[in-house]
Ligand binder design. Structure first.
Ligand code: SF4
Ligand code: SF4
Length: 566
């Protein structure tokens, strides 16, 4: 039986769900398109590098891009061929992202046979594997967080914790799916609850965690039922299902943890710091597939919904399929006055067309009629944005500082704690696109920091080069001196006489110096002319005794550079 959450988070909004639209049918398989345009960057971290060439034949599930030095602590994810065919291009193509970027993509002309690669290795006894082996399987399967962030999953399986006093002892599974319209997780749970529970067990095993909580919004009764039925007597003891009130953004990581456990993750801290780790429910399904069937991440469930779509539904779509093709297969009618959004209406990415490939983080393709461009008005300081902010920020202040590009103040006001949920945008009576300002500012700060890192790195390299040159010079001098000494020794040249002469001169100089300091001259009652003459005699005598030392003294007293150094 599931339980109900005891806690709640601050702010947030009660939004119309529009979930039923896409839940009328079972999950359908999308067609294999004639071409798959597979981006090399579908995740947070380093882009994968192609390991195939144009003209190569590839099979379904074959790794086509990865980092050759990928270890299970590298922030990257491998990319696999979603179907069999031939690589016909490796070139730039638009990829869905906030920054409207293009990126390198591998284009595969599919052969329609969908032939699997031989190198698919199911694991018979996964619970006998250790943490490192499980992490390596997840890394090689290219699994990333499927909730939208795309963070490589193997990194969230690390048992090491920065907070040594608090070991990771709780696994949180995010099945809240709080954004309106999106139903891909709910549909997956309804159809694959048993596999999801298996994936959860593997993650628990990898992290040696006994306690797991699945957080799910209370507007998904069928999915909740499916999860309850998938638990047996043993798993019931370890896995708890908790229903959370339907309030946006209950699926935000920090908000969900607060609702489920009553613990607030402090600013600049991660759940890990409080001994918790959070995974999306669809990610656990991908983990189970990789371990039990050896299947890498090559497809995902995508909600296709919104206006002008005759058959809205959830579809199993191969990565690299253009959104156009997915929409067309659902009876989509294009018109000029509509928004195409990857994701939900609150946090989704607004695209300028449907000519974008589906990637690992595409949870929804949403079409909304009546594209409106409202002219923003000045901020009236009503404070509505602060009232709804679930991160307890001051959105209007963030707006002012973003607009004036005051990046220091923005960081002081914790701009990086903003989860870009869009609640502030939604309620702003002045229609100010606040989140756009925050995204731009965050990007600027990242760019500046990355530029600074590059210049610091260049300076460090220059300093290190100087140090190496100096060290080499000193080593060369030492080597030369040693060589000379060895040569002298070999030739039988006795340098002891020279050394004795040097010591005698030094001793004589020392004696003179001592005499001069020991017997002060009584010259105070002489005339200036007489004193000048005595000084002249002293100087000449000193020159005679040690001309080099005298020169050094002179040099030392007149060199401004040396004075400065001194
Ligand atoms: S809601 Fe809009 S108008 Fe009101 S304080 Fe916030 S930014 Fe200003
Ligand atoms: S977008 Fe950021 S500032 Fe606005 S309500 Fe959400 S968390 Fe707060």
């Amino acid at each position: 039986m599931s339980l109900f959450a005891k806690y709640k988070f601050n702010g947030g909004l009660k939004l119309a769900g529009h979930k039923k639209i896409s839940m009328q049918e079972k999950i359908a398989d999308a067609i294999i398109p004639a071409q798959l345009i597979v981006p090399l960057q579908q995740h947070i971290g380093r882009a994968a590098k192609p390991i195939v060439n144009i003209g190569d034949k590839v099979l379904k599930g074959q790794c086509i891009a990865c980092l050759s030095d990928s270890k299970n602590n590298t922030v990257t994810a491998a990319i696999h061929a979603p179907s069999s065919g031939e690589v016909i291009a490796i070139e730039q193509h638009v990829i869905p992202s906030m920054l409207k970027q293009t990126g390198d993509c591998i284009t595969i002309k599919t052969d329609g046979k969908d032939t699997w690669h031989n190198d698919i290795n199911p694991i018979n006894d996964p619970l006998s594997l250790d943490n490192d082996s499980l992490k390596q399987i997840i890394l090689e399967a290219g699994i990333v967080g499927l909730g939208g962030a795309g963070f490589p999953t193997h990194l969230k399986l690390t048992t090491k914790n920065s907070n040594k006093e608090k070991p990771i002892d709780a696994l949180i599974i995010n099945a809240a799916e709080c954004e309106p319209y999106i139903t891909c997780d709910a549909a997956l749970i309804q159809e694959q609850a048993t596999r999801i529970i298996q994936g959860i067990q593997f993650i628990q095993h990898a992290l040696n965690i006994k306690k797991c909580i699945i957080g799910i919004e209370d507007n998904k009764p069928q999915a909740i039922k499916a999860l309850e039925l998938a638990l047996d007597d043993k798993t019931k003891e370890q896995i708890e299902i908790i229903q959370v009130p339907t309030r946006y953004p209950a699926g935000g990581e920090k908000q969900l943890i607060q609702v489920l456990t009553g613990k607030q993750i402090p600013i600049n801290k991660l759940p890990r710091d409080l001994g918790m780790i959070c995974h999306n429910v669809a990610t656990t399904y991908a983990v189970a597939n990789a371990i039990l069937d050896g299947i890498p991440l090559i497809e995902r469930i995508v909600t296709v919904t919104g206006d002008n779509i005759e058959h809205p539904k959830n579809m199993r779509v191969l990565f690299g399929t253009l959104m156009n093709e997915v929409l067309n297969s659902c009876g989509y009618t294009e018109n000029n006055n509509q928004d195409i959004i990857m994701g939900g209406p609150m946090m989704g990415i607004h695209l300028d067309s449907a000519n974008y490939p589906v990637i690992k983080t595409t949870n929804c393709i949403l079409v909304k009629n009546n594209k409106t461009t409202t002219t923003p008005l000045p901020c009236i300081r009503c404070g509505e944005c602060a009232r709804v902010c679930p991160a307890n920020l001051l959105p209007q202040q963030l707006f002012w500082y973003s607009r004036s590009k005051d990046y220091d103040r923005l960081q002081e006001h914790q701009i990086f704690s903003c989860i870009e949920c869009g609640c502030c945008d939604y309620v702003c009576p002045s229609h100010i696109p606040l989140v756009q300002f925050y995204r731009f500012a965050k990007n600027e700060i990242w760019t500046q920091e990355s530029d600074k890192k590059i210049s610091d790195h260049a300076r460090e390299r220059h300093e290190y080069r100087q140090y190496r040159l100096e060290r080499k010079k000193a080593e060369d001098a030492e080597r030369k001196a040693k060589k000379k000494a060895l040569l002298n020794k070999k030739q039988g040249i006795d340098t002891s006489a020279d050394d004795a002469k040097k010591s005698a001169i030094e001793a004589a100089l020392q004696r003179v110096k001592e005499k001069q300091t020991a017997v002060p001259k009584n010259t105070s009652n002489l005339t200036a002319e007489q004193q000048k003459k005595i000084k002249e005699v002293d100087r000449r005598r000193s020159d005679k005794i040690n001309p080099a030392a005298n020169n050094t003294t002179t040099k030392n007293t007149i060199n401004p550079k040396d004075d400065n150094n001194g």
